[in-house]
Design a protein around this ligand. Structure first.
Ligand code: SAH
Length: 410
């Protein structure tokens, strides 16, 4: 058993980072770690970074700056920067933030733990076994993640993820099942399986055939979770077989997150998304046939360098016609090293990108509200996340928050 120590984990970015942080925390707890709420109280401060858009990167860099005053306050506090920004900007970070003790260009829990055992005094001498008890706190019932794929090799022209996280690596199926079972035994009520493009699971292992259906079928057979979600799906890899064998399964939640990005085939081709509007429409109608209760969410990206006003209008038209229940919407942010950054000048003014974004957000809110009205009067199962003085916070199978306030009671 290692010496006791305190740690603080700050997470920027996506669910993959959240999953990595949860998994590493579980391992640290096993070796004497105790999570604390502020970096000031912690012996070990871990910052998991994101650079999907320039804003996310700036946030991480400015947080490094905030940590500076903690150095030299005594007690040998260790500051560690992890993940995407480190991989892309190690030299820049080293120069601007010499107070950071360790820079790791990945955030996968086994690798980080190994490095900490080498460099962080309270963990020195420990040889991690790879075994861990997943973090499950009955008082904190947010989604429970298992990572099935790390990295990405799809290569959407605007996206820095393959450069920041490296090429796709599949987690072996036995390990995914093992982690899912451990979460189940710990009492987790649901499971979300993660990958940048989860539908391409298996394409980096020996036979290079997608094994997504097999992975989901195995997980469903080996566990009893009533709610299993998979995230995120590239439309080009969504097939009739997946609709028939996975989406139709009542234990798979009706949530399908299928990023469309744009409504113009020309822009989709410059984005190198690999799908057309025709494919998207067809596969959604197939998915809705299998799952009339499908809750469809998407990502939409406006202001891509080749996007004209007409293209933007096509995105609005497509979003209205398809009918998304919810959408994450972004303005294009040029990312160094991506194909789009090399090929196109980012010359659309920021004000114009924001105009398009704001218009899209306003309209999508209206369309989403109309679609959401179908739940009025319906009874749905929920997972209760918090219950305080009779006020209840819960979420549906498709991760929609449900609130019940004592004062709202008749
Ligand atoms: N792998 C997932 C999502 C990765 S990033 C997928 O393929 O869908 C999440 C979202 O951020 C993307 O879907 C996209 O809408 C947005 N995004 C990615 N790169 C961006 C960029 N350079 N500028 C603005 N938004 C971006």
């Amino acid at each position: 058993m290692a010496n006791k120590f305190t740690y603080h984990y700050r997470i920027f970015g996506c669910q993959m980072n959240v999953a990595d942080a949860h998994d590493l925390s579980a391992r640290l707890d096993q070796y004497g770690g105790q999570p604390v709420d502020t970096p000031a109280e912690a012996d070990l401060v871990l910052v998991n970074t994101c650079m999907v858009r320039a804003k996310a990167e700036d946030k991480a860099l400015s947080y490094f700056g905030e940590l500076k005053h903690l150095k030299g306050t005594g007690g040998g506090k260790m500051l560690v920067a992890l993940g995407c920004v480190v991989r892309r900007s190690r030299e820049r970070i080293l120069k601007a933030h010499p107070h950071l003790d360790l820079l790791l260009d990945y955030s996968d829990p086994d690798g980080v733990l190994e490095s900490l055992c080498e460099h962080f005094a309270p963990l020195k001498g420990i040889v991690p076994t790879g075994e861990f008890t997943p973090l499950y706190d009955a008082g904190d019932c947010r989604q429970h993640f298992v990572t099935a794929i790390r990295g990405c090799h799809h290569g959407c022209s605007y996206c820095v993820v393959p450069l920041a996280r490296g090429p796709q690596r599949d987690v072996p199926l036995e390990r995914i099942v093992g982690e899912a079972k451990a979460l189940e035994q710990a009492g987790a009520p649901d499971l979300t399986v993660l990958g940048q493009n989860i539908l391409s699971y298996g394409t980096t292992s020996g036979d290079r055939e997608p094994r997504f259906v097999e992975m989901m079928e195995t997980l469903l057979k080996e566990t009893k979770f009533p709610w299993v979600t998979f995230l995120t799906s590239l439309p080009t890899d969504l097939t009739d077989e997946i609709c028939e064998k996975v989406i139709s399964n009542p234990r798979v939640t009706p949530l399908l997150h299928l990023p469309l990005q744009a409504g113009s085939d020309r822009v989709l081709a410059s984005m190198k998304r690999g799908h057309t509007m025709e494919h998207y429409r067809r596969i959604i109608s197939k998915a809705r046939e299998q799952r009339p209760d499908l809750y469809l969410t998407t990502d939409l990206l406006v202001g891509f360098p080749t996007e004209t006003e007409e293209d933007f209008q096509e995105t609005l038209k497509a979003a209205e016609e398809i009918g998304f229940d919810d959408a994450f919407m972004f303005a294009y942010s040029e990312r160094p090293g991506t194909l789009a950054a090399r090929k196109f000048a980012d010359k659309l003014p920021r004000t114009e990108k924001l105009r398009r974004l704001n218009e899209l957000i306003r309209l999508q809110r209206e369309w989403g509200a109309k679609r959401n009205a179908r739940y009025v009067g319906q009874e749905l199962d929920v997972i209760i996340e918090r219950c305080e003085n009779g006020d209840i916070t819960a979420r549906t199978a498709f991760n929609k928050p449900v609130l019940q306030n004592q004062r709202m009671q008749p």
